[in-house]
Design a protein around this ligand. Structure first.
Ligand code: ATR
Length: 275
């Protein structure tokens, strides 16, 4: 049996073991995946354990995604840009860090909405860790322009500047959204605004949304935020956050096993566990 796991603190509520063990079963891979509660001061020892015990792969979640990078042998280009690792591949004792959050997000978005990203105008709300991963992966799809919009405008400007070699982009404060109304194809919320238990909150004013836009929210608790519900009612195409979770796991599975992930079975088992 080939061993896998997720390191986090807390980690008890992680759906990754359920989802990845389902993927192994569906594809006939002889693997076993467990959740490991790793405190920050035990992270280095835990990473050494990957090598010592011969784990093939590990996912890394909050709060370790940034700090784990110091203990790896190699960091993939995308993970380096984002500054965070969520997937480790053990290549015969050499630990390589990847970030599948952003690419998982884009795969989910394309599969679930059919959106054409090339030449599109994109707004990203937020400029934190999640925004970085999503912005990097979207930038690789050749959009026309990306606007990073954040409560703290300086952070948006910084992220936009980092993206500039990849895509035409600019940062702005939330208060400047009015200036770009009407010319946007995709808007993505990467903040926690609207997440359980603050079900009434919306990240940006609902009257900013326009018919025909694609509106995407990384939140998956609840599965459909108020913002998405109202966007749908306003004639927008909507995309919730569960797919990002499923596909970041699918991408990790594919790095580890070289097999195509059974995405629908993974989604079904996670959805069942949430209801
Ligand atoms: P994550 O890894 O989930 O992205 P993070 O790095 O802490 O978490 O980033 C949180 C993002 O959500 C930030 O862009 C933050 O805005 P600030 O940079 O101004 O702090 C945004 N955010 C969080 N709560 C918010 C709120 N109530 N209103 C607006 N933006 C919010």
């Amino acid at each position: 049996t080939v061993l896998y796991g997720v390191f986090g603190d807390p980690v008890r509520h992680s759906r990754s073991p359920l989802m990845l063990n389902c993927a192994f079963r569906e594809t006939g891979v002889n693997g076993a995946y467990a959740a490991f509660h790793v405190k920050p001061d035990e992270l280095e020892a835990a990473v050494l354990g990957i090598r010592a015990l011969g784990f093939r792969g590990v996912n890394v979640t909050i709060p370790h995604k940034v700090n784990v990078m110091a203990y790896l042998d190699e960091i993939d280009e995308g993970a380096r840009f984002i500054g965070a690792v969520n997937t480790i591949v053990n290549e015969s004792g050499r630990l390589i860090g990847y970030n599948t959050d952003g690419i998982g997000y884009v795969r989910s978005l394309k599969e679930e909405t059919g959106i054409r990203l090339e030449g599109s105008n994109i707004v990203i709300i937020g400029a934190g860790g999640a925004a970085k991963g999503v912005a990097y992966a979207l930038a690789k799809e050749n959009p026309r322009h990306m606007y990073i919009v954040n409560r703290t405008a300086d952070k948006a400007a910084q992220l936009a500047q980092n993206l500039y070699p990849l895509v035409s982009s600019e940062g702005m404060g939330l208060d400047q959204l009015e200036n770009i109304k009407g010319k946007i194809d995709l808007v993505v919320n990467t903040t926690s605004v609207g997440m359980h238990p603050n079900l009434d909150e919306v990240p940006i004013a609902l009257d900013w949304l326009q018919e025909g836009m694609t509106v995407s929210d990384l939140i998956y608790n609840p599965l459909e935020t108020r913002w998405l519900r109202e966007a749908k009612a306003a004639g927008c195409r909507t995309h919730g956050g569960l797919g990002m979770f499923i596909y970041q796991g699918a991408c990790a599975f594919e790095y580890w096993t070289g097999k195509k992930a059974p995405v629908e079975a993974m989604r079904d088992i996670v959805l069942t566990s949430l209801s």
